[in-house]
Design a protein. Structure first.
Length: 437
């Protein structure tokens, strides 16, 4: 029998999610025979008493369990020799700020399992909060657009969209947005053009929220003409962009998606062609520095040159890679202050939605705004993975770990070394490891 601990979340005051709900945790304990311990928390969306009522132990001993599970990164001070830690570690891109954490795990011969790499045989993620990031991110982006337009003299019902965390649940948000949609339809005026970059789980969540409003789907090739129209069948135009709309081949070879993934240097960015026709861009793509950006600082400077102003008012950067796919995303924000205005003249951001420039909504923990439903969705999938983590003999070498393939693929490091599939992290570790945090 192993002990499995659920750690409290304390990365910021908004983090209220849990990896296992009380009911699912109790189900795991009963079915597996493992001892589940819950660290006390005053902020968790499911209170301590809910876990006690489910028959679980609530104790600070959770942090010294054989397997310690959390949502966000676990502080390095809690790492123990040979311990097993399961979380979103934010290490798999070689993120410099978490290389010292990864180095500490290596130094202790501990194991790190990252939810982001729990994937099937086709590499598709099996467990995620990204759908709820899409829900919350689109709500925040629509609100930002409404407030920005109001600040610029155009009243629209979108200004009455609430912050995502103020809705009781998704049903409450849907009912409210359907009412706002009816008012939008009666307003008249030029339709607002919304672009969604990406079509994965985040993009699906964003599109779900848009489906609660009166919209017209527009193909990217039709966007210039449709966005220029003074009237339309619906107050909102929605365009979803895929990779072939974001880049073009260099030379005369055709666009091939897998070739683009494998050889991005053979392609150049073309997303700037779409930006003049959008009022709001919602970014949900996965990006690394190998790939072209959607928005560059150079494009923004040119768009504002000579006193000109682009149509684009707001970027809802759900992906929020700092100065990444959206180069004007200078910082991550929090739900109570979600937006800032990027000024191309100063290359700086001013909190709020007023002033010259483009508004950026950059909340980096969006699922926190819908903590109960996000947790219930995550837990419903993860509960089936907990028993194998407790059953595993973690003293064995990596090659002999008795884990299902989808869990073994998520082992970042074990026994003092990087797992073979993450050997590429050796280089960022060498540059940024820097010892324990």
């Amino acid at each position: 029998m192993a002990t499995i601990g659920i750690r409290l979340e304390d990365k910021n005051r908004w983090e209220r999610r849990v990896p296992l709900t009380p009911a699912d945790a109790a189900e795991v304990a009963a079915a597996s025979g493992h001892r589940l311990l819950i660290q006390p928390s005053h902020t968790r969306i499911f209170p301590d008493d809910a876990y006690r009522a489910a028959g679980l132990e609530v104790t600070d001993e959770a942090v010294v369990a054989d397997v310690l599970i959390a949502v966000k990164e676990i502080p390095a001070v809690l790492f123990r020799p040979g311990g097993v830690y399961v979380c979103f570690s934010h290490t798999i891109k070689g993120q410099p700020y978490n290389m010292p954490m990864l180095q500490r795990l290596l130094d202790l011969g501990a194991t790190l399992v990252d939810y982001e790499r729990i994937v099937d045989a086709q590499g598709r993620r099996l467990i995620y909060f990204s759908l709820h990031a899409g829900y919350a991110g689109m709500l925040e982006s629509l609100r930002a657009l409404g407030l920005r337009l109001r600040a610029r003299g155009r009243e629209t019902a979108l200004a009455d969209v609430k912050p995502a965390y103020e809705y009781a649940d998704l049903a409450d948000a849907e009912a409210h947005l359907r009412g706002i949609g009816a008012r939008l339809a009666a307003e008249g005026g030029r339709p607002l053009s919304i672009g969604v970059a990406g079509y994965g789980n985040v993009g699906r969540g964003a599109q779900t929220v848009l489906s609660w409003l009166p919209t017209t789907a527009v193909d990217p090739d039709e966007l210039p003409a449709r966005a220029a129209a003074e009237t339309g069948p619906a107050p909102l135009l929605v365009t979803v962009f895929r990779e072939e709309h974001m880049v073009r081949p260099r030379g005369d070879h055709p666009f091939v998606l897998q070739d683009y993934f494998d050889n991005p240097e053979r392609y150049e960015g073309r997303f700037h062609e779409h930006l003049p026709h959008l009022d709001l861009l919602v970014n949900s793509i996965y990006w690394t520095e190998r790939y072209p950006r959607l928005i560059t600082k150079a494009w923004v400077r040119e768009a504002f040159a000579g006193g000109a102003e682009p149509r684009l008012q707001v970027v809802g950067d759900i992906s929020i890679d700092i100065e990444g796919s959206v180069e004007i995303s200078l910082k991550a924000t929090r739900p109570d202050e979600p937006c800032y205005v990027y000024d191309p003249d100063t290359d700086a951001g001013a909190d709020g939605v007023t002033g010259r420039g483009i508004v950026v909504m950059g909340v980096d923990n969006l699922p926190c705004e819908l903590p109960r439903e996000a947790s219930e969705h995550f837990s419903s999938v993860f509960k089936g993975m907990v028993a194998p983590l407790g059953d595993c003999d973690w003293s064995a070498p990596y090659a002999e770990l008795d884990l299902p393939p989808h869990l073994k693929s998520a082992v970042i490091c074990h026994g003092g070394g990087l797992a073979p599939q993450f050997a590429r992290l050796a280089e960022p570790l060498a540059r940024h490891g820097g010892g324990p945090r």
